[in-house]
Structure formats: structure tokens, C-alpha cells
Design a protein. Structure first.
Length: 328
């Protein structure tokens, strides 16, 4: 270009009315605008920050449960591997680490962290889909597993506070008693009819129809001797049906809600995966522009308050070249 034409072109590029020239080839305009990139970063950061806090809450609940039960004491540390509170600790820690990776990766535009985050989310989505398929295919084998777990909890009812809490909550909320019926409590050492204590041939208070005695005082002895009663007499005192049937009825009544919640959670994870992938593509596109020395419009970046490091570097490179061409 002639000196006058070059000066006019530089003025037009600086004002944003003309597309900047490319000094080393061209790159397809398949990247996002700065505003869209900012929205993606903020959305990914805020969502991951929210789930990081949720993970900390779950982790705190698990640690609080372990500390309250003195599970770290020397005489109990050998049985900590079977403590249900470890489930909360594991879930909370996993959620914290995963979402913290997404937070830092989106905030710093770190491609490595974002790839690790998207890979972990993809693995989680695939695992959940496989678990759902396996649960549907093996639904006939789920009942024996639930029965075994329920009977184990009943046997350890007095010795494990977690098992007692879970069993009581299931029996009170589902209005049931035992796994198949109330006579399953015969398996418990203390509720066995041959036991010497006052609880012999009884059931826990959570099996009682009215354990609070009309809502006033908790009567822990309301189930004493219930196994000795015939069903006609026992039905006015305790729940006769087992909890396996109660669980099946609850699932049948709430299957639509369970499906909606499951699909919503899976949809959030898939949407997060899409946003992360799009942000990664935009970061790679910006790096490609920078590596090929394509001069971007300065106004596109200056109008955004959350321009990334790559975009600010492009603007600096643009003005350096602009100054060098003007001097020459």
C-alpha cells in the first residue's frame, strides 16, 4: 500500500470499522465473541462454585458423624471401613475436588484443568447411565440384596448407631416392621424370644403405630412382647408389613418424580460437559489466532470487562504492530 492508503487502513482498523489484516494466513471465524466467552466462563464458574459448597456441606456432615461417634478412637478404628458415614465423606470429597477443578479451570482459562474436568464429568455420566441400565436389567436381583442389607441392619441394631438410625427412619416413614414382616426381629439377639432381657420377643418402638402415646411422650417399650401376639391383636399395636414391600410401594408411587429428578441431574451434567467443551474450543481458537499473529479488533476485547489472558495478549500484540507500522 502507498503511505497514505496505509495510514487510512490503520486508522480504520484502530476504529474497528475494518477487519484487521492477517499477516500469516487466515483462521476460520469459528470462535465465540468475547461476550459469549465471558458468559460461558461465568456460568461454569458459578455452577461449579455452588456444587463445591454443596460438596463441603456433605463432607462436613460425614466428618461430623465420624467424630460424634468417636470412630477415630483406638478401639473403633478397626471397624471404620464399614461406617456408613464414609459414604458422605467420599461423595463430599469427590464433589469438592471435581468442582474445584472446574472453578479454577474456567476462571484461569486453563485448558489442562478443563480437559480433566470434562473427562471426569464424562466418566460420571457414562457410569450413571450404565448403573441405570444395570439396575433395570437386574431388578429381580435387587430385592434379595435389599433383604440381606435390611436383615444385617436389624442384627446390628443395638450395636451400631447408624444402623439403628437408618432402620428406625425406614420403619417410621414407610410404616413397616422388619424386612418381610415383624417376626423378622426374632433374628436380633436382644429381641429373640429366648433372650433373657425385657426386650425379648419384642420389636423396636419405631415399629409401633403410636410410639409417642398420642403425641406426648416417647414410649420405648411399646413393642415389648409384640412377637407373642397373634396378627389380629398385633395389628392394633405395631405395623405388620415388612419394609421391602413398603420400599416397592414407595418406588411405584414416586417413579415419575424419581425419573424427573434423575433426568434433570443427568441433563445438568451433560449441559456442563457441553459448556466446558465449547469454552475449550474458544480457548484453542484464541491461541490459534495468537500463534498465527492475526490482529484482532481491539474494540471487541475492550468492550468486555472479563477478557481472558489470551485476548488481552492479542490486543497488546495488535497495538505493538500498529505502532511499528506507523513508525516505519
Amino acid at each position: 500500500l502507498r503511505p497514505g492508503a496505509r495510514a487510512r487502513r490503520l486508522d480504520e482498523e484502530a476504529s474497528g470499522t475494518l477487519e484487521p489484516a492477517c499477516t500469516k494466513g487466515t483462521v476460520p471465524k469459528n470462535g465465540l465473541s468475547t461476550h459469549s466467552s465471558c458468559l460461558l466462563k461465568n456460568a461454569l464458574f458459578i455452577s461449579n462454585l455452588f456444587f463445591t459448597v454443596m460438596g463441603l456441606v456433605v463432607l462436613g456432615m460425614g466428618l461430623w458423624g465420624l467424630i460424634t461417634k468417636e470412630s477415630f478412637a483406638q478401639e473403633r478404628i478397626g471397624h471404620i471401613g464399614t461406617d456408613p458415614m464414609l459414604v458422605f465423606v467420599f461423595l463430599g470429597l469427590t464433589l469438592c475436588l471435581l468442582c474445584l477443578m472446574g472453578c479454577v479451570g474456567s476462571l484461569r482459562e486453563n485448558s489442562c484443568l478443563l480437559r480433566l474436568f470434562s473427562g471426569a464429568v464424562l466418566i460420571l455420566v457414562a457410569a450413571q447411565v450404565l448403573v441405570a441400565i444395570a439396575a433395570y436389567s437386574l431388578q429381580d436381583q435387587i430385592v434379595p440384596v435389599l433383604r440381606s442389607g435390611m436383615l444385617t441392619a436389624m442384627v446390628r441394631y443395638q450395636d451400631d448407631l447408624d444402623m439403628r438410625f437408618i432402620t428406625d427412619e425406614i420403619q417410621m416413614n414407610l410404616q413397616c416392621c422388619g424386612a418381610d414382616n415383624y417376626r423378622d426381629w426374632e433374628m436380633n439377639l436382644y429381641y429373640n424370644c429366648s433372650a433373657p432381657g425385657v426386650q425379648a420377643c419384642g420389636v423396636p418402638a419405631s415399629c409401633c403405630i403410636d410410639p409417642l402415646e398420642n403425641g406426648t411422650v416417647w414410649n420405648s417399650q411399646c413393642g415389648v412382647g409384640a412377637q407373642q401376639l397373634v396378627e389380629f391383636s398385633a395389628q392394633s399395636v405395631i405395623y405388620l408389613g415388612g419394609c421391602l414391600g413398603g420400599i416397592a410401594r414407595w418406588i411405584e408411587q414416586n417413579k415419575q418424580l424419581i425419573g424427573i429428578v434423575g433426568i434433570a441431574l443427568l441433563g445438568v451434567q451433560i449441559l456442563t460437559l457441553i459448556v466446558t467443551t465449547r469454552l475449550l474450543d474458544n480457548i484453542q481458537w484464541s491461541k490459534a489466532i495468537s500463534s498465527q499473529h492475526i490482529l484482532p479488533k481491539p474494540g471487541m476485547v475492550e468492550r468486555s470487562r472479563c477478557a481472558g489472558l489470551v485476548e488481552r495478549a492479542q490486543v497488546g500484540d495488535y497495538y505493538s504492530r500498529l505502532l511499528g507500522q506507523s513508525i516505519s
